[in-house]
Write a protein that binds this ligand. Structure first.
Ligand code: C2O
Ligand code: CU
Length: 487
């Protein structure tokens, strides 16, 4: 078995970066800061709503010939302004923090050639996508420093809000934390035919938490869930965003390593959720709370026409680690009126009902756990084992369906569960039918301590070996990951 320490030493010794510390800091990222603390005193996080939320940049293909959208991306370390007036070192796709948006269409292939200019290996995983194993950015299938790798995405699946992020084993948590994540919006004709808010009224928003040091630099410590108390929306701390008094569609993505978000409007106002991880729901539903564990997505429409121009309305996060007060995610400032021809149809797509899904050939049980005795070098487990890249934990027959009943055996620590390759359906949560937010296609589900979810997946797109893991990336880096092989 390959141990975690051997993987670490192996990975880092090829980069000359030296040994990782117990705290998980990569020395190579610590060198130099844009601004010294003693020049003007320590950097503070600004009061909320003092910076504007930027829109995420959209990548442009360098070629669209032959039915393929071809992209080139340089993975590089740069300095970007996160806190006002401070340059923070971040890891980026093409210099963007947070990562850019790639807009793709079902049935049209995308290729992305990544050039790795970092001093450590990377792997780019397209989360939620049906891709062949060699294009999955799997943890040990890395792109060495100074080399390039082209990933091919067939996009043979329906509309979905996917995302891409680093997956190089035991570095993924720190790499994603330092910026290596981007949004991948896959659209199709079903979605485009709907009169939903679009163009400037459709906005992807990447949410996360972060911890800054006194120089305004990102601090990464493994499992630091209490320390990451600054919330970022599209890479800025508690920003404001100007909106018109009409409907907007927000594609919300939680890129945090550990933080479970529970979003609500400060006035308790209603939001309409229209989609989740695997694209549109069958039917929209109205809610005042959007829970998002790390890697989950919610596609949400908010109608600002109910607010007079001049209203400022805060999107809050319910109290969580590090705070007893609701957190300020961002503020919507209603600054003008605008015509609104958009509409939310009663039916957004059709999905088989859960009783009409193919009969499972196999019913598996999976147990997630990690040390919760307070030890500093806590380990994560799937069915009592830490991840071994050479061990196949589950063997699935191509073309069949299965149910996976997944339990969080911990007493205090929440987890979630993500499978590569498939979009699954949630048959049950704690013995009850799935709530509306989980009734569509999903690739990641929350698991609070003691919870059990029963999932249904059909393995009919690709053969090969893929991982499943807790998407609290600090946990998967601790070993809470396993392999399944489809053959
Ligand atoms: Cu979002 Cu294995 O990944
Ligand atoms: Cu976990």
């Amino acid at each position: 078995m390959v141990t975690r320490r051997r993987l670490l030493v192996g990975a880092l010794s090829t980069t000359g970066a030296g040994l990782i510390t117990g705290a998980g800091l990569l020395p190579v990222l610590q060198s130099g800061t844009a601004r010294a603390a003693d020049e003007t005193g320590p950097v503070a996080v600004p009061p909320p709503f003092t910076v504007r939320m930027p829109q995420l940049p959209v990548l442009t293909p360098y070629s669209t010939h032959g039915g393929v959208d071809a992209y080139r991306v340089t993975v590089k370390e740069v300095s970007r302004e996160i806190l006002p007036g401070v340059r923070t070192k971040v890891l980026t796709y093409d210099g963007h923090f947070p990562g850019p948006v790639l807009r793709a269409r079902s049935g049209r292939q995308v290729t992305v050639r990544h050039r790795n200019t970092l001093h450590m290996p990377i792997a780019v995983h397209l989360h939620g996508a049906e891709v062949s194993p060699e294009n999955d950015g799997s943890p040990m299938d890395t792109v060495a420093p100074g080399t390039t790798r082209t990933y091919t995405y067939p996009n043979q699946q329906p509309n979905a809000t996917l995302w891409f992020h680093d997956h190089a084993h035991h570095m993924e948590a720190e790499h994603v934390y330092r910026g290596l994540s981007g949004t991948y919006v896959l659209t199709d004709d079903t979605e485009r035919a709907l009169p939903l808010p679009s163009g400037q009224y459709e906005m992807p928003i990447a949410l996360r938490d972060a911890r800054f040091d006194e120089n305004g630099q990102l601090v990464y410590r493994m499992d630091d869930f209490r320390g990451r108390t600054t919330l970022l929306a599209n890479g800025r701390p508690s920003p404001y965003v100007e909106v018109a008094a009409r409907k907007y569609r927000f594609r919300l993505l939680n890129t945090s390593n550990l933080r479970f978000l529970k979003l609500r409007l400060a006035d308790g106002g209603q939001m309409v959720q229209i989609g989740s991880d695997g694209g549109l729901l069958e039917r929209p539903f109205t809610t005042d709370t959007i829970p998002l564990s790390p890697a989950e997505r919610a596609d949400v429409v908010i109608d600002f026409s109910r607010y007079p121009v001049g209203t400022k309305i805060v999107l809050q996060n319910m109290p969580g680690p590090g705070t007893t007060e609701p957190g300020n995610v961002l503020r919507f400032d209603v600054v003008r009126t605008a015509p609104d021809p958009s509409r939310i149809p009663d039916v957004l797509r059709t999905l088989p009902t859960v009783d009409a899904l193919p009969r499972p050939a196999v019913e598996r049980k999976i147990v997630l756990s990690m040390d919760e005795d307070g030890r500093t070098d806590a380990r994560g487990f799937m069915d009592g084992l830490q991840w071994d890249p050479d061990r196949i934990d589950q063997t699935v027959t191509f073309g069949t369906s299965e149910t996976w009943t997944v339990t969080n055996a911990n007493q205090r620590i929440p987890h979630n569960f993500h499978m590569h390759l498939v979009q699954f359906r949630v048959l049950e949560r704690n013995g009850l039918p799935a709530a509306p937010a989980e009734a569509g296609l999903k690739d990641t589900v929350q698991l609070f301590p003691g919870e059990t979810v029963k999932l249904h997946a059909t393995f009919n797109s690709h053969r090969g070996t893929y991982v499943y893991h807790c998407h609290l990336l600090d946990h998967s880096a601790m070993g809470m990951m396993a392999n399944f092989r489809v053959r």
